[in-house]
Design a protein around this ligand. Structure first.
Ligand code: HXC
Length: 515
């Protein structure tokens, strides 16, 4: 065979694989608004950077006539490329080939590219579009999932792991995304569930559509399984590229620095976005935007547990992670979901060298039978654990209310915040003045000739004594009481002096966070 015919043969072999599941299957994919696996990778990665491997891997199934079938690439595309010029490892399941189902060799391809990512210390991106374990391959398919979950766990905190759900992700397959750091979903395209509508109907007699059970909105708003929600695949890829500007490539690096920019002070002036009436709620995202470079804030889990806001921004060009109570949602209380959301974000920041800025304004943990029975004790403890364990620079600003357990939990000096600043509007106390006065002055109020008048006087007395930052400052729990307009300056300086921070905990195999 001449060189020419050999190169010709390679071309032909490649062409067969690159067709995926064939024209009909590709048309079906497109008809429901989905791109093919390779199109997705090309859209996401820098132009011309994608290099595909293991194109000629074949499935190993023998039963149910599988030995007579050819499944191009065994239904998954794997390779390396760059995003914003930095290397990534990537895989995308190809639904046009046997429904992207995961057989033994399909899983081997995924595991191989995950192993590369760990060795090369690059992020791994998994695009999920699959009917789950390949039914014809039985336990060999299941073993593949186990191998992936194990790798997800070992890679956790070492390299960023991104899951993109662009089709079905059913059964045990959902646990790979659940073990990764950020899950991206697209409206009407993503579907995630452990047991689908048919099983639910058979077992429980309940009827529900795939969309209502595990569509993108459900996971972005209700379950909290998704971190980013997009209207289209293209928007989703832009979100991923943007996220990669804020996070480092692995846990030994810091995120890339950008030129420092001032906040957009016309739109987001701290004194304009913070209300002068202490009873009035405000959107804490506006406060964040009044502090950070170019007023740009990438919110994570925007639609889930909105009573806490988490996300990335930059100060003087360097990435920081914000955790902020949101007064316009449930008065910014901590509950089960907001504690989970914050704790997970704090741990990501700590694992990947992102300093944490906490903005506090909250009346405490949410009271109620539902919350107690849902385990607010266990969930609430996660935020305490995550902050206490975090050794990245931790800077807290108390804007208004810092009551009770919330005062402690929101990165107080007791959990080893490096710096705690308070605005003059801060109220640091065991509980709100109304509740406190009703308890400690109960007898005086009851026995008074005018209980309502006495109650008001006692509330005012308590407010005067405790609803300010100066008592906490007098004990050194607050490092400085600052003017709101000085916030960016104080945070910038704190970040600067924390640059060489080194903090170590006692050696142990691992801690036992309240999972
Ligand atoms: C083998 C599969 C498959 C699977 C789909 N296909 N899922 N082949 N194993 N798990 C094949 C179909 O037979 C079909 O092949 C092609 O993929 C396209 O599938 P369609 O059904 O035509 O597509 P659609 O109508 O869009 O429906 C998609 C779907 C449905 C909703 C995902 O295919 C489905 O319900 N699949 C099974 C989902 C499931 O129960 N998975 C759980 C497996 S157990 P042809 O040749 O006709 O084109 C599991 C446990 C893992 O995952 C545990 C890990 C811990």
């Amino acid at each position: 065979m001449s060189v020419n015919s050999k190169t010709q043969e390679l071309k032909q072999r490649m062409q067969l694989v690159l067709q995926g599941g064939g024209t009909k299957a590709v048309e079906k994919q497109k008809a429901i608004g989905k791109l093919t696996a390779r199109e997705r990778i090309l859209e996401l990665l820098d132009e011309g950077s994608f290099h595909e491997y293991d194109l000629f891997v074949q499935h190993s199934g023998k039963d149910f006539d599988m030995d007579k079938k050819i499944l191009p690439g065994d239904g998954v595309v794997t390779g390396t490329g760059t995003i914003n010029g930095y290397p990534v490892c990537i895989y995308a399941q190809d639904f046009t080939v046997a429904g992207g189902s995961l057989g033994f060799m399909h899983a081997k391809k995924i595991c191989k590219i995950m192993d590369h990512a760990m060795k090369l210390k690059t992020p791994i991106i998994g695009i999920n579009d699959s009917g789950g374990a390949r039914i014809q391959e039985g336990v060999n398919a299941l073993s593949g999932y186990g191998d992936i979950f194990y790798r997800n766990t070992i890679a956790s905190g070492v390299i960023p792991q991104i899951s993109v759900i662009l089709g079905p992700c059913a059964g045990g397959a959902v646990y790979s995304p659940a073990l990764t750091d950020f899950v991206f979903v697209v409206d009407k395209i993503s579907k995630m569930f452990i047991t689908g509508p048919d099983v639910i109907k058979t077992v429980l007699g309940e009827e529900i559509t795939q969309e209502d059970l595990g569509g993108a909105r459900v996971h972005a708003e209700i379950s909290g399984n998704a971190h980013f929600f997009a209207e289209s695949e293209q928007e989703c890829f832009e979100q991923i590229k943007n996220l990669f500007t804020y996070i480092p490539w692995n846990n030994t690096k810091k995120a890339e620095s950008f030129p420092a920019k001032k906040p957009k002070s016309k739109e987001y002036k701290i004194t304009s976005v913070f209300p002068s009436d202490p009873a009035k709620p405000y959107d804490v995202r506006h406060i964040i935007k009044s502090i950070v470079d170019n007023s740009e804030f990438l919110e994570v889990q925007e639609l889930f547990a909105p009573n806490i806001v988490v996300g990335f921004a930059r100060i003087n060009g360097d990435t920081v992670g914000f955790v902020a109570n949101q007064p316009i949602a449930l008065a910014g209380v901590l509950d089960c979901n907001s504690s989970d959301k914050a704790a997970r974000f704090i741990r990501f920041c700590d694992a990947f060298n992102v300093p944490l800025i906490t903005l506090e304004d909250m009346p405490g943990y949410l009271p109620g039978i539902d919350q107690e029975h849902a385990g607010v004790i266990r969930h609430g403890a996660k935020i305490l654990y995550a902050y206490s364990e975090a050794t990245v620079p931790k800077i807290t600003v108390i804007l208004r209310k810092a009551y009770g357990g919330g005062y402690i939990a929101m990165c107080s000096s007791h959990l080893k915040a490096d710096f705690v600043f308070a605005w003059p509007t801060a109220e640091i106390a065991v509980m709100g003045p109304e509740g406190a006065a009703n308890i400690i002055f109960r007898n005086e109020i009851m026995n008074s000739d005018n209980p309502e008048k006495t109650r008001k006087e006692k509330i005012a007395e308590y407010k005067d004594k405790f609803a300010n930052p100066y008592v906490a400052a007098s004990y050194g729990y607050v490092d400085a009481v600052i003017q709101p307009s000085e916030t960016r300056d104080y945070i910038s300086h704190a970040l600067e002096v924390c640059k060489n921070k080194v903090q170590e905990h006692p050696k142990k195999k691992h801690g036992l966070p309240p999972f």
